[in-house]
Structures are given as structure tokens and as C-alpha cells.
Design a protein around this ligand. Sequence first.
Ligand SMILES: N[C@@H](CCC(=O)N[C@@H](CS)C(=O)NCC(=O)O)C(=O)O
Length: 215
Amino acid sequence: MYKLHAFAQSGNCYKVALALDVLGQPWEPVFIDFFGGQIRSVQYRESVNELGEAPVLDDGVLRLTQSGVILTHLAHQHGRFGGGAEAQQREVLRWLLYDNHKFTSYFATYRFMYSLADAAPVPAVMDFLHARFSTAFAVVDKHLQHSAFIVGDAPTIADFSMCGYLFYPVEESGVDVRPKYPAIGRWLQRIQALPGWRGPYECLPGERIAPRPRS
Ligand SMILES: N[C@@H](CCC(=O)N[C@@H](CS)C(=O)NCC(=O)O)C(=O)O
């Protein structure tokens, strides 16, 4: 059975959990104590992931890291959600790269600093991150005005990757994405309707943390 090293607040872990659930593949969670510092320990880097990151997937033979690599592996292994023809597969990769660089990363960092980090956020840093993810969200919203899913009219791993942080509660980021970006909102509804869908706090291991109180 697949083993997914993960923690509940990680949208990057959720990307993989969602793919496994929608593929109908049973998997076992292995809790990472992110907030207790486990991921930064020498032990974690030496024995779990030299990159010092989550998610990590054990598939029985391979140990894989980087959600985009894991998703691509799962799509190949199960012959689903990887895109059909070569041109579509290339599109899937293009959006995975865009997601990792611009769509997920700025928003995930913003959310972490907004409500999960110990220290209060620095306003100038938050303004920068907000501007960066807003640009990316507008790009994706425009794209989704003409496309049911990120690549064509059927779901792919690009969707699972890009929605990773968008099913968390609004109070964790302070950004109500659905009304602000209506095409993204409709796309999230389509993903949520896929058989097997579960939210991040339903499937990932670890306690839910109350967002840090705002001053
Ligand atoms: N591009 C990576 C990002 C992974 C990542 O940044 N994971 C976070 C948790 S959501 C992490 O482990 N951060 C630890 C750190 O940056 O020190 C992926 O998609 O897997």
C-alpha cells in the first residue's frame, strides 16, 4: 500500500492525497510533525527526504519526493490523469511547473505567514506575496473561463496540483478565492464533485491548528 508522509496543513501533501483518493488507491498516512520541527532535523533529511520537504510517497518500491514528480508517477502507473496525446502531456507539465513556481508557492507562503507561522508577518513581504499570487490567480481564472479543467475538458494531475491550497478554510489565508475569481470557483466545484474527493482536513494526518489571532 502507498505510504504518504504528510501533515494536515500542507497543500503540497494534499495534492498527492487527492490524486490517490480520486484514483481509488488505498494509502496510509505517515504523520510528519512539521510544527515540531521534524522536517528540519538532520534525521529527516538523512532518512526521509534530503530536500527537507513534504510530501514524500513510498510506493512499495520507490520513495518519491516533489509533488509534481509524485503526481506524474501516479498518472503513469495508473494510466489516468496524465493527459492523453503528447501535446496534452506537455500542457500538463507546463501547468505543473507554473503551479510550483507561481500559483501554489506564493499563495502557500502567504497563507503560512498570515496564520500559521509563530511570528507576525512583515507587511511589505505580505504585500509582495499578495501581488504575486494575485497575478497568478488572475491568469488561471482567465484560462478557466474557456476550459472546464486546466488541460481540456477532463481532470488531470495539473488540476490536483493547482487546487492543493484552495480547499483550506478562508480564515487561514484571509483570501476568499471563489467570489473573487469566479472561474476558479466553478473549477473547484468540478473537482469537488469527482468521485473519491475529500477535503484536506478529512484525509491528511495531524491536528487542525487554529489560525494565529490577528492583532
Ligand atoms: N515543490 C515542492 C514543495 C514542497 C514544500 O515546500 N513542502 C513544504 C510543506 S507544504 C515543506 O516541506 N517545507 C519545508 C521547508 O520549506 O522548510 C512540492 O511540490 O513537493
